[in-house]
Design a protein around this ligand. Structure first.
Ligand code: FAD
Ligand code: DLZ
Ligand code: SF4
Length: 507
């Protein structure tokens, strides 16, 4: 009896559920490089290279562990270019009696998996992805009786479930669940954060780089100096590097932004966690261990663990709970096209040029750049959230719809009307100036609201509030800004709205 086990590009974990309780002698693991996955949005070249290289190394590892692996490369002349068509060919090659597959990470691919049983006339077992702390049922159970689905309360449940950072009585370490208030410091002038490790491509990766350059050279970014980890060993080395050199300052400077420093004290591990090279819970246990050993402060350890067992698990829960139409929501009815400089970084707003330029260079930007620079700007100008969402899915090496859509549509663009975020993450230039050194390098003056030199974020911020008052006016957390707006005289309000309109016309 042959069992066919398709392993997708974000399922590169040795512990994957579809590989458990299967006799290796009966199984064929199928891995497929398919053009459809690389082009359903035009992914960053580095992201495609990371996945193909990691997939090829994974196949090698599986073979060494005794699995039979049928690996279809992108340049195989018979390659049909899509998951279902490739599974169809594999069914012909191997005549399996059963297909066993771990559930997909997005609705689009889930629909494919669910069609296989009818299409191939063969039993298909779709196993749950147990690389997450919360199963779909866990999240459903938590959400069922809640009026509001706030991350903070979900997170406490995850702390209890995992036992992370609990004291002997089951109380939160240090007496509080959350130390975020300590985690909002701008970076010190001249601070020198550690740089992530750089991994030289081996022969397998070099072959992938040539293939990606040839086939996807017109996608955003380039492959110059490609140095991602593509094996679990190298990803673990980056994990160790982060734990030793950056974690201690992760909390303090989590929201900081510095010109020419794309990584600061961030882990730069999401590309590896999300494709399966690193285990997220294991990473959290290592973080706790460093805290217990006195190597890192509690605000750093708690802040980091919250990102993983809190935010990461929570956005996944929201994505699957809300259904396939979630990514299409547009509460604010925002319709503007995303400006072309999102693909070039060619803008004289220094903060935007930095965040976009680093994104193009590294297929990476840290959280606060994604939220408060590129996300904030798109929100303020009223960009169509579907376009914003597509951009984020394209440009980041860690982007898969289950994690990207709730972050972009929910957290950043308020497209779900406040299901995920209690208020829109909209800000004027003042926030950016407080948390970064960007404004000091900018041709605009962050203190000015009107005139040619005024920071565009300022008038756009007020215009955003005024424009969306019908939908946001009742939001309690926006009470103060609306009161400030109301205190302005009509002439000032008018001048700000005209300033914003002039800027938007020129976009
Ligand atoms: P660190 O800042 O060091 O954080 C540690 C880890 O926590 C990350 O590796 C990640 O696994 C997890 N994490 C932190 N914040 C979040 C979050 N909000 N949601 C889920 N996991 C989180 N993350 C993705 O993995 N893929 C995406 O496509 C993605 N898109 C985003 C879009 C927007 C608009 C925003 C605001 C955030 C997005 N995030 C996304 C979350 C976050 O920005 C990235 O996880 C983080 O920047 C990854 O870099 P890092 O590994 O250095 O993270
Ligand atoms: C993102 C991506 C890309 C670019 N290419 C492939 C591929 O060729 N083969 C593959 O198995 N997976 C790829 N992926 C990741 C998939 O898009 C991802 O597994 C699905 O979106 C399900 O989450
Ligand atoms: Fe960005 Fe405005 Fe600061 Fe320039 S002045 S960096 S546009 S916030």
């Amino acid at each position: 009896m042959t069992i066919l086990i398709p392993v997708l590009g974000d399922q590169l974990s040795d512990t994957l559920s579809s590989l458990q309780d299967v006799d290796r002698a009966d199984a064929v693991v199928l891995m497929m490089e398919v053009v459809e996955e690389a082009t359903y949005v035009l992914h960053h070249q580095r992201k495609i290279a990371l996945l193909f290289a990691a997939m090829r190394h994974h196949a090698q590892r599986l073979r060494a562990a005794g699995w039979r692996v049928d690996y279809v490369t992108l340049d195989d002349p018979d390659n049909e270019g899509g998951f279902s068509a490739e599974v169809a060919r594999a069914v012909e090659r191997h005549s399996p009696e059963r297909i066993v597959v771990t559930e997909a990470g997005e609705w689009r691919v889930r629909a494919m998996l669910e069609s296989w049983e009818d299409r191939f006339d063969c039993a298909v077992e779709i196993r749950s992805d147990d690389r997450f702390v919360a199963s779909h049922a866990d999240f459903e159970q938590w959400a069922a009786d809640k009026k509001q689905l706030r991350m903070e309360f979900f997170y406490r449940g995850m702390r209890r479930k995992t036992g992370l950072l609990l004291d002997a009585d089951g109380k939160p370490e240090g007496g509080a669940w959350n130390y975020d208030a300590e985690n909002r410091k701008p970076a010190k002038k001249g601070a020198r954060p550690p740089r992530p490790l750089s991994f030289a491509p081996d022969a397998i990766t070099r072959e992938v780089l040539a293939l990606v350059a040839d086939r996807f050279g017109d996608h955003i970014g380039d492959l110059e100096g490609f140095d991602f980890a593509v094996t679990p060993q190298d990803a673990l080395a980056q994990r160790e590097h982060f734990l030793t050199h950056a974690l201690a300052s992760f909390g303090d400077y989590q929201d900081a932004m510095v010109t020419g420093e794309p990584f600061l004290w961030h882990a730069v591990l999401s590309p590896y966690i999300n494709c399966g090279l690193l285990d997220p819970l294991d990473l959290c246990r290592q973080v706790e261990k460093r805290y217990r050993a006195g190597a890192v402060p509690l605000n750093a350890a708690e802040g980091f663990i919250r990102q993983i067992i809190g935010w990461r698990e929570y956005v996944r829960g929201i994505y699957w709970r809300e259904g396939p139409d979630y990514a299409e929501r547009n509460f604010l009815n925002a319709q503007r096209d995303l400006p072309g400089f999102y693909w070039t970084g060619d803008t004289d707003m220094h903060c935007m040029a930095q965040a976009i330029g680093e994104t193009i260079d590294h297929a990476y930007a840290h959280h606060i750049q994604r939220l408060m620079i590129t996300g904030n700007f798109a929100l303020l100008i009223g960009a169509d959230p579907a376009q914003v969402q597509r951009w984020y899915l394209e440009v980041y090496a860690d982007a898969y719809e289950w994690v990207e859509a709730p972050n972009v549509l929910g957290m950043s663009q308020f497209g779900d009307g406040g299901l995920l975020a209690s208020k829109p993450y909209a800000s004027s230039g003042a926030y950016i100036n407080r948390m970064s050194d960007y404004c000091g390098h900018c041709r605009y003056d962050v203190k000015q609201r009107l005139g040619d030199d005024a920071c565009p974020f300022n008038a756009l911020y007020w215009d955003f509030l005024a424009r969306n008052r019908g939908k946001l006016g009742d939001n309690q957390r926006l009470g103060m800004p609306y009161r400030n707006w109301d205190r302005m005289d009509a002439e000032t309000q008018d001048a700000l709205r005209q300033q914003a309109a002039g800027f938007l016309d020129r976009l």
